[in-house]
Design a protein around this ligand. Structure first.
Ligand SMILES: *Cc1c(COP(=O)(O)O)cnc(C)c1O
Length: 423
């Protein structure tokens, strides 16, 4: 059988508008509330706080801006207000998820801090509690942890929380990819001392942009709202006592998010169906899907990903910007599969390249459950076969087309293409 390339591109993950978004955007324009104040923002904040089960939600311009203010808020609680021109984390180390999007960890550097990357575990592809424990042995002075839930799958929250509490550390929880996912029946975004959501264009619901900061104290919420609108003091003129930002959510953007909110659960159900179809369709291949603990968590299935078993990997070498592989019968690799998908008009994506492998973070410490993850020689890796977990998943894994509007027929085509790679 010859497969024809898809006539309509099969995407990784695209926005899905339902019509109600238009109503709230029009309402904002009709009533002239098009700036950073208005009913749509109030309503999005109310809906987000209610959904996640937190007392306060603050609407901000992006998930990245929300992460920045979340890190700053946690930093000021720990270390006090910095002098103007200085970051709140100067001279401080912060433990961070390693295998994630760089927006999770960059805010630590915005504030002058030094990220120490914590390796990943295989059960959920999130921060490894054993590596975090090890990191506290090496750096007992650390008081802040930034944790992401990758691809919509909750991490080992209970274990991570217990370690944080034992060391008096605060957690910033990046739930940008996992909005709507639950862990022991509780929404992600609820567990961190500060939580963050994103409504970027390819997330599970979107406002084209937008972010939310979640917290439980009114004082914190007011502080973040003030920072996000240039830190104006309550005075007759523009009076400034601390550094400000232009990070507030627009009431137009909020209108789109407001219109999307009723469809969150529907999108999750569609994404879950995509994941289940891959699980069935790929069951006969030497691959596994991105795992989760069915006992403790219900992911939002934002992206379906695939991990090739070690014995079924053909040779693949990745440089800084390109990759080579040697095609082998019965084996494949992410580079080959991504190439075949692209050639057939379908969009996959490599796994997030771990932060400790990124050139901008090459000087930062990286901790695995065995200790210093930078100390191993190539000879050690050859002998033991142990790369770190993040590097291993990056090498053997990829994100599959996971659009909620992908038809079963298109998905069967993708599954067939993947089978071809292993012939
Ligand atoms: C998308 C994303 C962000 C950033 O959100 P934006 O709204 O695009 O700024 C942060 N962290 C993770 C893990 C993300 O996937």
């Amino acid at each position: 059988m010859v497969i024809q390339p898809f006539q309509k591109k099969v995407w990784l993950s695209t926005p899905t508008m339902h019509g109600e978004e238009q109503k709230w955007v029009d309402e904002a324009i009709r009533t002239n509330w098009v700036s950073t104040v208005g009913e749509n923002i109030n309503e999005v904040e109310r809906l987000a706080a209610e959904k996640i089960g937190r007392r306060y939600a603050v609407g901000l311009a992006t998930g990245t801006a929300s992460l920045h203010l979340a890190v700053k808020l946690a930093g000021e609680k720990l270390y006090g207000q910095p002098k103007v021109g200085h970051g709140v984390l100067e001279g401080k180390k912060v433990f961070c998820s390693d295998m994630t999007f760089d927006a999770t960890v960059n805010p630590v550097a915005y504030e002058g801090g030094e990220a120490v990357f914590i390796d990943t575990e295989y059960e959920t592809w999130n921060m490894d509690p054993a590596a975090l424990e090890r990191a506290f042995e090496l750096y007992p002075e650390v008081r802040l942890i930034v944790i992401a839930h990758l691809y919509g799958t909750p991490g080992k929250i209970k274990e991570l929380r217990e370690i944080a509490d034992a060391h008096g550390a605060l957690i910033v929880e990046d739930a940008a990819e996992s909005f709507g996912a639950t862990y022991r029946g509780i929404q992600t975004g609820n567990f961190g001392d500060v939580g963050v959501l994103s409504f970027n264009g390819n997330k599970i619901i979107t406002g084209s942009a937008g972010g939310i900061l979640l917290c439980d104290s009114q004082e914190d919420a007011n502080k973040v709202r003030k920072w996000s609108t240039q830190s104006r003091e309550d005075a007759a003129w523009y009076q400034h006592e601390e550094m400000g930002y232009n990070y507030r959510m627009s009431n137009i953007i909020a209108g789109i998010i407001r219109g999307q909110f009723p469809y969150l659960e529907e999108h999750i159900a569609q994404k879950k169906a995509v994941y289940e179809r891959y699980r069935e369709g790929l069951a006969d291949l030497p691959v596994d899907l991105n795992p989760y603990s069915a006992e403790y968590s219900e992911p939002n299935f934002w992206l379906s990903c695939m991990l090739i078993r070690p014995e079924a990997m053909c040779r693949q070498v990745r440089g800084d910007k390109d990759a080579l592989y040697v095609s082998e019968s019965g084996k494949s690799c992410p580079t080959e599969i991504l190439e075949i998908l692209a050639r057939n008009n379908a969009e996959g994506r490599p796994i997030w390249k771990p932060m400790h492998l990124q050139p901008i973070y090459r000087m930062n410490a990286f901790i695995t459950r065995n200790g210093n993850g930078r100390a191993r020689s190539n000879a050690y890796i050859r002998e033991t076969g142990f790369r770190d977990v993040g590097d291993d998943i990056f090498n053997r894994g990829l994100c599959l087309p996971s659009d909620n509007k992908m038809t079963a027929e298109q998905q069967n085509g993708v599954i067939e293409l993947i089978h071809r790679c292993f012939e």
